[in-house]
Design a protein around this ligand. Structure first.
Ligand SMILES: NC(=O)c1ccc[n+]([C@@H]2O[C@H](COP(=O)([O-])OP(=O)(O)OC[C@H]3O[C@@H](n4cnc5c(N)ncnc54)[C@H](OP(=O)(O)O)[C@@H]3O)[C@@H](O)[C@H]2O)c1
Length: 388
């Protein structure tokens, strides 16, 4: 049932025209030896058989220590895309330092990721950097092949990486000719998640999860989501046309290119995709599908394409005016919670946190929870990435 299967830079305006384009508030003993990992992979079964097998035998993710007879859980194995900075790095660090997780940092800049892990104080035993450029479908496929050849199990996949070009006047494009924001944030992750679903399903880890990071900026049922330009996928004509800016618009709704809107639209696609995964695969596989809004982490590199004044003022504004500011460290703990907390296993949920940093199930906007739109985004996306 499951398939196994040049970025051209746009111009940045010299003037910050999109301050309002950013939302004001979006802002037991582990065993991870190669032998143990190999064993895990070999014990994998095909889709659909996992639940019956894990119910019938001792859960293979749990090993018995020969000396004391106690059950021990092997380390969880989690892929985090875009783990070289911001939320992804903070999440990788939070998970790695528990000693219970091995983090595969899926990054486009290998050296940057290695340096980031080192400067975050991550122990080499707890992470592996693997190359992934989401702006190239070939790179996504190559990453999946490399990962599968590594014999590491896959227990959780976190689709976190993103680009945001709020001041771009012209669209940039991925190697496959898709507008960069939707190409990287949605289509690259869509292909990655589809290709790795079977690996997730083969894992015998107690809780398998696929997490796609969302955002309040794509949700027009919030104040932040109502800051223009608002997310709006329209009738998907631009997406259906391939987002190439030649014979179709670079925007999903077929409209004129607006960088901030492209990002918000991509986040709507992320949240719709999570729900469509849930509808199609949760009952059959038991995998938990989830999305989240980690809070406004106003000082990450996501804002790198903004003018320096914006980057200086925006975190201060979030800290002292809206009081919605969340540190990278805190946001990393939140996402790590969605990865590993035994109480967050509900599938199809969009998580948020209140002022006391307590998690709760949040409501998505009408568009970001529209099942018909989710189905159409899924079907068009699978054609664009070559799965249909
Ligand atoms: N910051 C916020 O306030 C906020 C709020 C809501 C949601 N989010 C979400 O949080 C997630 C992380 O954002 P962030 O704030 O942590 O931003 P960030 O610091 O800029 O991190 C983005 C990551 O994505 C990577 N990336 C970009 N293009 C890529 C590509 N083509 N292939 C592979 N990786 C690529 C970056 O790699 P390089 O290091 O090589 O550039 C970086 O590791 C995003 O999904 C964003 O939408 C953020």
């Amino acid at each position: 049932m499951f398939s196994r299967n040049v970025v051209v830079q746009g111009k940045q305006s010299s003037k910050d025209t999109s301050f309002l384009g950013i939302s004001l508030s979006d802002h037991p003993k582990p065993d991870f030896s190669p032998l143990a990992l190999k064993g895990c992979r070999q014990r994998g079964v095909s889709a659909g058989g996992v639940r019956a097998q894990t119910a019938a035998v001792i859960t293979p993710a749990v090993t018995r220590s020969p000396t004391d007879g106690k059950k021990t859980l092997r380390k969880g194995s989690v892929i985090v895309t875009g783990a070289s900075s911001g939320l992804g790095l903070a999440t990788a660090k939070a998970l790695a330092e528990t000693g219970k997780w091995h983090v595969i940092m899926a990054c486009r800049d290998f050296l940057k990721a290695e340096r980031a892990a080192k400067s975050a104080g991550m122990n080499k035993e707890n992470y592996t950097v693997m190359h992934l450029d989401l702006a190239s479908l070939d790179s996504v496929r190559q990453f999946v092949r490399n990962f599968q050849q590594s014999n590491m199990p896959l227990d959780v996949l976190v689709c976190n990486a993103a680009v945001y070009q709020p001041n771009a006047r012209q669209p940039s494009f991925t190697a496959d000719g898709f507008e960069l924001g939707v190409g990287v944030n949605h289509l690259g992750h869509f292909l990655l998640a589809r290709l790795l679903l079977d690996d997730l399903n083969k894992s015998e880890y107690p809780s398998r999860r696929l997490i796609i990071v969302g955002s309040i900026t794509g949700n027009t049922n919030t104040v932040a989501g109502n800051v223009p330009p608002k997310a709006d996928l329209g009738d998907l004509r631009g997406l259906a046309g391939g987002l190439n800016g030649l014979n179709s618009s670079a925007m999903i709704n077929g409209g004129t290119f607006i960088g901030a809107k492209a990002y918000k639209d991509s986040k709507v696609c992320n949240m719709l995709t999570m729900q469509e995964f849930h509808r199609r695969y949760h009952e059959e596989t038991g995998i938990t599908f989830a999305s989240l809004y980690p809070g406004c982490i106003a000082d990450t590199q996501l804002f790198r394409h903004h003018i320096p004044e914006f980057r200086f003022l925006f975190p201060l504004f979030q800290k002292y005016v809206t009081k919605g500011f969340v540190s990278e460290e805190e946001s990393g703990k939140r996402l790590a919670q969605v990865v590993s907390d035994p109480s967050l296993t509900k599938s199809g949920v969009y998580w948020s946190w209140n002022k006391n940093s307590a998690s709760f199930e949040n409501q998505l906007s009408q568009e970001a929870s529209d099942p018909e739109k989710a189905r159409r985004v899924w079907e068009i996306s699978e054609k664009l990435v070559g799965l249909a």
